[in-house]
Write a protein that binds this ligand. Structure first.
Ligand code: SF4
Ligand code: SF4
Length: 391
């Protein structure tokens, strides 16, 4: 005869998963009353059969087979903002992921990225000693105590050659505005946001500790970020022991500088432009107006909105570790976003996140519509109106 524990396991083999999720910061699992609003708004519903309401119920009931769907959520928060109970659904997915990681059940691409953050301080496993190489011919001083702003660039902009152009544009704008800023170079390490959203808390804690120690040693008081993910990590996730430095995304800085006429966009950019709201800038941090104010200040820009915009915006597919997952054609959220921009007759998609740039550009190439539309980061379009390109 089986004992009580064996009997419970036999009749409900995975019931312990629900308890484990609750213990892994997933207490909100209990609050769901299965209304289905999250499923109705989740952008995945436009592409695949992915049902967050059902996922939650299956976890609660201890059903098997939830692993694959656990990695689908891109942490876009669209559902959380609409949930009548304001349940932190992205956190529920992170809690489930942390358990899967403990069971060593994680997609190999994500494992690669996590191993890179652990060993080299970046998700591409690039040499940590080469982080600052892109900046050697750029007028970007080292950050030392007393420098007003720390320019925190993001791994994507430090290592990816396409994204380095964004960092170079940002540095040129900040120099034009005369700001006193500096860069950490090889002293920086990944902000750890990707590890956090993948449920890898130990890597997030160690990488955030390294950055916090560097900020403290160098007496950093004000941070400027190019990535909404770095912004959100520093502002909302890092547990500083004493003073938390202020963190500002560069769109807010540019917007202020334009408003105060320190930066004066003057050269025409004649194009129909739409703005893609990165989830971590918009829904997570409430920054919707600043990028639109900048675009409206650029002569020649015709700003048009996509059907899903501002707080209703769709994700590019890069959040929650999605940027590292292999996806098959027909299952890419970036495609939805690009097609929506084309539908709105935009010629340029402007955004303010290094991962959105990568995801949207990959979708444009995948869809074979490079002749119809292109992606620019906000620094790039602003700079093109501040300075005329040398011929
Ligand atoms: S919207 Fe909220 S309450 Fe409704 S099913 Fe989703 S998580 Fe549960
Ligand atoms: S956070 Fe976004 S991707 Fe995840 S379940 Fe909610 S709406 Fe879907």
């Amino acid at each position: 005869m089986p004992g009580t524990i064996e009997l419970i396991k036999y009749t409900s083999p995975m019931l312990e998963i629900a308890q484990a999720v609750v213990e892994a910061k997933g207490e909100e699992l209990k609050k769901c009353y299965q209304c289905g609003t999250c499923t109705a708004v989740c952008p995945w519903g436009n592409l695949i059969d992915f049902n967050p309401r059902q996922f939650i119920e299956e976890i609660r009931l201890g059903f098997e087979g939830f692993e694959e769907n656990s990695w689908k959520c891109v942490n876009c928060r669209l559902c959380q903002d609409k949930c009548p109970n304001q349940i932190d659904i992205p956190q529920l997915f992170q809690s489930v992921r942390s358990i899967l990681l403990a069971w060593q059940s994680c997609p190999s691409e994500l494992n690669f990225a996590l191993a890179g953050i652990r060993s080299q301080g970046n998700p591409w496993q690039e040499d940590k000693e080469k982080r600052g190489e892109w900046a050697k011919d750029v007028a970007l001083p080292e950050f030392t105590p007393g420098t007003e702003y720390l320019f925190f660039n993001c791994c994507a902009n430090d290592y990816d050659t396409r994204n380095q152009a964004i960092a170079e544009a940002a540095v040129e704008i900040l120099n034009t505005a005369g700001l006193n800023f500096g860069y950490l170079g090889n002293k920086a390490t990944c902000c750890g946001d990707m590890a956090y959203t993948a449920g890898e808390n130990e890597i997030f804690q160690s990488t955030s500790a390294k950055n916090m120690q560097t900020f403290t040693e160098l007496q950093v008081e004000k941070i400027l970020t190019l990535s909404p993910h770095c912004l959100n990590a520093f502002k909302n996730r890092y547990e500083f022991e004493k003073n938390r430095p202020t963190s500002t995304h560069l769109v807010e800085t540019y917007s202020e500088l334009v408003k105060n006429e320190i930066l004066k966009p003057q050269f025409e950019v004649n194009a129909k432009v739409t703005y893609h709201d990165p989830c971590y800038l918009g829904r997570y941090n409430g920054i919707f107006d600043a990028p639109r104010d900048i675009l409206q200040a650029i002569p020649g820009v015709e700003l048009i909105e996509m059907n899903h915009n501002r707080e209703h915006s769709f994700c590019c597919g890069g959040g929650g570790g999605g940027a590292w997952l292999d996806t098959v054609k027909g299952e890419r959220l970036g495609d939805l976003r690009v097609l929506e921009a084309v539908e709105a007759s935009a010629e340029v998609i402007v955004t303010a996140c290094p991962y959105c740039v990568q995801m949207l550009e990959a979708s444009i190439v995948g869809l074979g519509i490079e002749d119809k539309i292109k992606v620019m980061e906000i620094s790039e379009i602003l700079l093109s109106s501040l300075k005329q390109e040398e011929k």
